[in-house]
Design a protein around this ligand. Structure first.
Ligand SMILES: *Cc1c(COP(=O)(O)O)cnc(C)c1O
Length: 418
């Protein structure tokens, strides 16, 4: 962790950001509707909609992490048990495993970014009670793992927090294993104010106790936080020296995008409350879900526009873009540089052009509090070379092209100076 300065989530100055990696998705109209939901919270049809989508039972939860903790508990996770998953993921996953009491066991990814079936077989022991599939960047998973787990009495948790709109074997991700997990956090495919869902057989959900419900005030606080960040982004975007932008900076009100990954390293695993979702949160998410088709199509078109430009970059500079496969809806537009550390230079270059980038993921074994779970001599080959770019609506194709071409011009000038 010595190379701290080269591990930032760029740019460091949010007032320069024109193209945020996580654009806000609440229009003025949807904000008005959200406020109405916060005040009156009529019954929404979100549970029924999701139950139909997955053909299983659904319990809405206060967060994706809460749903994951429930899935782990129902899988028998606890002291003396082990849970296998990839360390190339966010801390929420390992935190949920630790909260369940089980021991985390990291397995590698394969060349397609699925959890490696070979490595899962190597890491499984008699204590293994569950495997978590995490759909890195929104990709599909190798379903051979599911069949094998079934034969070996191991539960599969299909964590689709990153992949809610990805489909494989005619099923939406989240519906593949014994349990499914969804998240509606601001950085997820359905970018909302937070919330989650547990997908499981109906009978099992009926037999188990219902968790208590979160408070409405929590939903209001999450909504305010989300809108504040969205508003700051909008102001920052307009002009650097805009008086309001100046006031925000002066007041020290900064969106979370200012925090860099390594500055914000956790000092202890997070413990999340396991609660049922409040109807106000349900109604807000339900509203967004009904408009997601458009967003999914638009972001797919944006990915294609970037793909054309990066096809050129691959030939000339060896940069590879992680392309969506059949049925995949990517949560990140990610490129892989041929050499380690190039992404640092590129991040700085893009930041100067107002483009925020993100280095997903910092492997969990690199975070000091999780170091003890590292396997022997296993170094993730990807993490030093991957860079995620903004690509989601409201960004349009011309802006995506500008972003992709900026990466190209970085490579050009770098090649010239070498
Ligand atoms: C974000 C995330 C979670 C947790 O979701 P929250 O709603 O943020 O608690 C779980 N698993 C994966 C793979 C995630 O990316």
């Amino acid at each position: 962790m010595k190379d701290k300065s080269t591990n930032f989530h760029f740019p460091k100055n949010p007032e320069e950001v024109k193209y945020p990696i996580y654009p806000g998705q609440f229009s003025v109209r949807s904000r008005l509707r959200a406020v109405k939901h916060l005040l009156w919270a009529e019954q929404s049809g979100l549970t029924e909609k999701l139950e139909k989508r997955y053909g299983k039972g659904v319990v809405l939860t206060s967060s994706g992490s809460a749903a994951l903790v429930l899935a782990l508990t129902y899988s028998g996770a606890g002291r003396g048990k082990e849970v296998i998953f990839s360390s190339f993921s966010c801390p929420n996953v390992i935190d949920a495993v630790l909260q369940s009491g089980a021991a985390p066991v990291f397995a590698q990814l394969d060349e397609h970014l699925s959890l490696s079936f070979e490595d899962v077989k190597k890491k499984a022991t008699r204590q293994t009670c569950a495997i978590i599939l995490t759909h890195v960047y929104g990709r599909r998973e190798n379903t051979a793992i599911i069949d094998w787990a079934k034969e070996n009495g191991i539960v599969v948790i299909d964590d689709a927090a990153q992949a809610m709109f990805t489909k494989q074997s005619d099923t939406f991700a989240g519906g593949l294993g014994d349990f499914g997990v969804l998240s509606f956090g601001p950085s997820k495919p359905l970018a909302s104010i937070g919330g989650g869902a547990l997908i499981a057989p109906k009978e099992l959900l009926q037999q188990n106790a219902n968790p208590p419900m979160e408070r409405r005030s929590q939903v209001t606080a999450d909504y305010r936080f989300y809108i504040r960040n969205q508003r700051i982004q909008a102001v920052m975007k307009r002009k650097r020296h805009h008086p309001i932008s100046y006031l925000y900076r002066k007041a020290g009100v900064m969106p979370s995008m200012k925090a860099t990954k390594l500055e914000a390293l956790p000092d202890k695993p997070a413990v999340v409350p396991v609660l049922r979702m409040h109807p106000a949160r349900e109604a807000i998410i339900d509203d967004q879900l009904s408009r997601m088709d458009q967003l999914v199509t638009a972001s797919l078109q944006n990915v294609e526009a970037a793909g054309e430009i990066f096809a050129k970059a691959e030939e000339t500079y060896g940069i590879r873009m992680i392309q969506p496969q059949e049925g995949e809806h990517l949560n990140y537009l990610t490129i892989v540089f041929p050499r380690d550390e190039e992404r640092y230079g590129c991040s700085v270059y893009l930041a100067e052009r107002g483009i925020q980038t993100c280095w997903n993921y910092l492997p969990l074994e690199r975070i000091p509090i999780y170091e003890t779970y590292a396997g022997d001599g296993e170094e993730d080959p990807l993490w030093k070379r991957v860079l995620s770019l903004p690509f989601k609506p409201p960004l349009r194709q011309e802006q995506i092209r500008y972003i992709a071409e900026s990466v190209l011009s970085y490579c050009e000038q770098k090649n010239k100076t070498e």
